[in-house]
Design a protein around this ligand. Sequence first.
Ligand code: NDP
Length: 452
Amino acid sequence: MSLTLINPADETVITEIDEFDVPRTDAAIARAAVAQKLWARLAPAGRAAALRRFADVVDAHVEELALLEVRNSGHPVSQARWEAGHVRDVLEYYAAAPERLFGKQIPVAGGLDLTFAEPLGVVGIITPWNFPMTIASWGFAPALAAGNAVVLKPAEWTPLTSLRLAALALEAGLPEGLFTVLPGRGPVVGERLVTNPTVRKVVFTGSTVTGKRVMAGCAEQVKRVTLELGGKSANIVFADSDLEKAAATAPYGVFENAGQDCCARSRILVERSVYERFMELLEPAVAGVKVGDPLDEATEMGPLVARGHYEKVASYVPDDAPVAFRGQAPSGPGFWFPPTVLTPGRTDRSATEEIFGPVVTVLPFDDEADAIGLANATDYGLSGSIWTRDLSRAVRMARAVESGNLSVNSHSSVRYSTPFGGFKQSGLGRELGPDAPLAFTETKNVFLAIDE
Ligand code: NDP
């Protein structure tokens, strides 16, 4: 069986990929288990050096990886270059971790008490199609740094950069079997990472529906699991904010990666007294988003990833949808969808469900309490933004919004050096930041009796 990959910008066939089945998945997991034992025995400085070499090799291939992502995922080339550079940075950051995985010495009577951060063994990583290589690196870099082996299942539609990264790992001298990419179908390869008992942890990024299934499967074996799931994040604009800046940046808080971003601020909540003015400012900002050929350096937004996903996004904008205004998109082949601004009621499907495309809803609110209630009226809790010049209000709001990653007067959310993850049904556990390697270890406590 094979997977046919389609370029989302022009619908041409890129290549066919041989897909893994359960026996081949099991064989790769068994090889990973052998490689892991040797890797964990390496001196920490040896593991650190190997990861730094891996980062160097990725650095030498940033342009190649970026162009691969442009073809496979339709990402604008400037964004794809950032993504490939980010993989290098994540590897460099976690290359420092093997020599810093400290245990503790705890004062007790009768001896010496020590803790060790032991690797888990083989870690399974299941990635989505929206940011294939960056999300992969958030899992494999800290997992490898902590002494684990990694088997990674990329999304069916977008396996190419992950496959190339596994080849670059070998080129950098990482041992055979330590980091393997297994292209294949979710219910086959993904599910096997959940059920194979040699895999000791699953890191899953994707939809909340599939994430719940993965979590239930992991529960069978009390397998460790990290989930990064969906979002319906709020961009909250108060009347006292820099309204021009809030409106100018709002499209980039939601339309980046064509809205296929779990952190997309897909609900803009605007204080009623400035709602009309905000919409006047938002319209030219949306019209100004440059949508087009991903290989054009000036392009800010590319196509949606696949025909099936295009149809899902389009279902949120039927003919009678409350469209305020729309931006531009190319016509002809490719899964092009224009940036779209809706003004629905608070409980409409477009205002409550994750669309995962370039569609944003704008809703007015009355006061701070109303804004908090509206922002939190969702099962999700991943990111969000707060626009105000009042510092106390910014802090009150940041504490009140039930979300894992908030930014004030900006839309920033993911940095490799700070923790990332969701409240409520947006996820479980955290990735990135200084503590990520610990999520790939078990704490072992050892007591040594001392003769008095
Ligand atoms: P999924 O959650 O189904 O896919 C994510 C990953 O899980 C893919 O690698 C997929 O493989 C795999 N998978 C699918 N079924 C199983 C299974 N039974 N066991 C283990 N792994 C499995 O997301 P979709 O691609 O179907 O996207 C649907 C929606 O999910 C989007 O429209 C969006 O709303 C949301 N989403 C959210 C993301 C986020 O970052 N939070 C990322 C992607 C999607 P395969 O590719 O073979 O199906």
